[in-house]
Design a protein around this ligand. Structure first.
Ligand code: ZN
Length: 280
């Protein structure tokens, strides 16, 4: 069934991924023995292969990203503050991702909200508040998680389910520049999507997959993967103190414990696989 934007929206202007958007997939109160099939929380993703097959081509995905980024710049104030650091750490994580050939662009949004999200075509956004909050390995974990959404083409899959997919795909295919009626009409449709947060709202499974891809990429990039755990802990502490700083998505799904547990599981597993981790 095709999704319509308004039913999916809900959420505000800067509706975000911020890593902590997903509720537990299974309750941590269930005894371990009762759920042996879940011993590996990332079992579904270990052998996944990623491509644009069945989705927009990479070329059209990049065009889509360019158009969406224009809409973002209309709605949010981008800043150079902290950008060098975000770019340096982000590019390391992107190169260590399962989609290293794509050209990634990292952006900083001026905002007191702690947030991050990504869009198709390699655009990753974090807010000034998040950049200030996070040390390098924590920032790496957020950026690698966002890159993970791009690797797994989550927004492209969401777009494919939208009512406007055929029209958008056709427009992108015909689009040769950023001017003209076609670009303008497309801009209106995409602007609506950005405003509604349509492409940055992910399912729980998608969040889990981005966590999985993220923790492995930060390790390969040379950052301490424990940063993902301490980032979750920091966000949880802030949620308890002043949840308005985390935006509505976070307050919908405040429980970070399972994601911390899953991250610990994966770090232990990487260690068992004799992968020497940064921080060891
Ligand atoms: Zn996410």
């Amino acid at each position: 069934m095709k999704r319509s934007f308004p039913t999916r929206t809900l959420r505000i202007a800067l509706s975000l991924c911020v890593m902590l958007t997903a509720a537990p997939v299974f309750s941590t109160t269930i005894p371990r023995a009762a759920r042996p099939q879940y011993d590996d929380p990332y079992a579904d993703f270990r052998n996944a292969r990623y491509s644009n097959a069945g989705l927009l081509s990479e070329r059209d995905e990049i065009k889509l990203g360019t158009q969406l980024h224009r809409e973002i710049t209309k709605r949010f104030r981008l800043t150079d503050s902290g950008l060098d650091r975000v770019e340096r750490i982000g590019q390391h994580c992107a190169k260590a991702s399962l989609r290293p050939a794509l050209l990634y662009k990292f952006h900083v949004i001026q905002s007191r909200e702690i947030n991050g999200f990504s869009l198709p075509g390699g655009h990753v956004y974090v807010t000034t508040a998040l950049v200030k909050l996070a040390n390098d390995s924590e920032l790496a974990s957020v950026l690698a998680h966002e890159v993970g959404h791009i690797v797994a083409r989550h927004s492209l899959k969401t777009l494919k389910e939208s009512q406007d997919y055929d029209e958008i795909a056709k427009s992108l295919g015909e689009l040769t520049g950023v001017a003209g009626n076609l670009a303008r009409d497309l801009g209106v449709a995409l602007g609506r999507m950005v405003g509604e947060g349509f492409l940055v709202v992910h399912t729980r499974d998608e969040e889990r997959e981005a966590d999985f891809l993220g923790v492995r990429a930060v390790s390969r990039a040379g950052f301490d993967p424990q940063g993902m755990i301490t980032m979750f802990q920091k966000l949880r502490r802030i949620e308890e103190q002043d949840s308005s700083l985390l935006g509505t998505l976070f307050s919908d799904h405040p429980d970070a414990q399972e994601r911390i547990d899953n991250t610990k599981y994966e770090i232990a597993r990487m260690r068992r696989g004799r992968v020497k981790l940064p921080g060891d």
